[in-house]
Design a protein around this ligand. Structure first.
Ligand code: PLP
Length: 355
């Protein structure tokens, strides 16, 4: 199986798995919120992990562990008095759907290249501007620095969903709230984090024991925290090497798939994403004919959801063009040879459809 779905999730780094095993072992089960010695040891591991995760963000804020980036985004939006929100047309459902919670929300359009204009007008009523760092479907990198600066000038808060960019590119500058997820940076599933700039006031959305500084309740998993911390540290240490490797992979894939049309900007893009289309391509058939390649239909928010992609629609693609699109995602553990082989297989299967 060649795994080409790195935007859906990444493999667990062996280093992250090793860091987790200590807290899954017989003597690693203590509750990190307990005051006794094993509890304090688990709490210390959580705090070491928190410091490693904090290094993904700019200075001047705190890290709140959550169960996912979706939960982090819910806390950022529903935990604040900062509404209504204006969100980009290509946000993940975690932001789009949560922003509707205010009852009124605004959409900020993107260009045909899948990049938002940094000078896009903000609605005067918007108290929260949310624009993602890297799009999960088409990989485009948004001008979050300028948007955050402008949000600040209008007195609005800036939320950045950095799920796809964290540990891969520099953190979004000037944001007030940043959401990330461990499983997109070679860490475990089931843990995310919200970074909250010092001075930004939030109220908890999940009530209970108040374990995360009163902002989020629920017993933390030392294993998940340790895995997240190790994955974050590794991503930061390998940032340049990973990016260089992925750019080499991108070049190799594009060589093989030269006749396919790229959806979204070729330049302002994380190189580990190729969202490609061929007129007339039957993606369902391609998937069933190429069962040894794990990739996504570019036309669905999540594979199998059947929902048409709001991202490809926002670029101005027709429903047919969106249905003719696939998403290839690759990363640290993808080899050039397996990628080239997979791309050849996909292209040959498309040709056998007569496209
Ligand atoms: N935001 C983006 C851009 C994503 O790609 C994802 C995951 O698909 C999420 C948010 C949600 O992350 P999680 O799976 O941690 O809830």
């Amino acid at each position: 199986m060649t795994y080409l779905d790195y935007q859906a999730t990444t493999p667990l780094a062996p280093e992250a798995r090793d860091a987790m095993l200590r807290w899954l072992a017989d003597d690693g089960f203590a509750n990190p919120h307990s005051a006794h010695r094993p509890g304090r040891a688990a709490a210390a591991a959580v705090e070491v992990a928190r410091d490693s995760v904090a290094a993904l963000f700019p200075p001047g804020g705190k890290v709140v562990f959550t169960g996912s980036a979706t939960e982090a985004i819910n806390l950022a939006i529903r935990g604040g008095p900062y509404g209504p929100a204006a969100v980009s047309a290509i946000e993940h459902a975690a932001v789009r759907d949560t922003a509707r919670w205010f009852g009124e929300d605004f959409e900020l359009p993107v260009g045909a290249d899948g990049v938002i204009d940094p000078e896009v007008p903000f609605p005067a009523e918007a108290k929260l501007i949310a624009v993602m760092q890297v799009n999960n479907e088409i990989g485009t990198i948004q001008p979050t620095g300028r948007l955050a600066e402008r949000a600040k000038a209008t007195g609005a808060l800036f939320l950045c969903d950095a799920v796809q960019g964290a540990g891969k590119i520099a953190p979004p500058a000037g944001a007030d709230l940043i959401a990330v997820s461990a499983h997109k940076l070679y860490g475990p599933k089931g843990i995310g984090a919200l970074w909250v700039r010092d001075g930004v006031q939030l109220s908890p959305v999940i009530l209970g024991g108040g374990q995360e500084g009163g902002l989020r309740s629920g017993t933390l998993s030392p294993a998940l925290c340790a895995g997240f911390g190790a994955a974050a540290a590794l991503s930061l240490a390998r940032m340049e090497a990973d990016a260089a490797h992925v750019a080499t992979l991108r070049d190799a894939a594009r060589d093989v798939l030269a006749r396919w049309t790229l959806n979204g900007s070729a330049e302002q893009r994380w190189p580990g994403n190729l969202n490609l289309r061929l007129d007339g391509l039957d993606v369902g058939r391609l998937m069933s004919e190429c069962r040894t390649i794990a990739f996504s239909a570019g036309s669905a928010c999540a594979s199998g959801s059947g929902r048409p992609s709001h991202v490809l629609a926002a670029l101005g693609l027709s429903a047919a063009q969106a249905k003719n699109s696939i998403r290839l995602g690759f990363g640290r553990y993808t080899t050039r040879d397996e990628l080239i082989e997979a791309c050849r297989t996909l292209d040959a299967a498309a040709r056998s459809q007569g496209v």
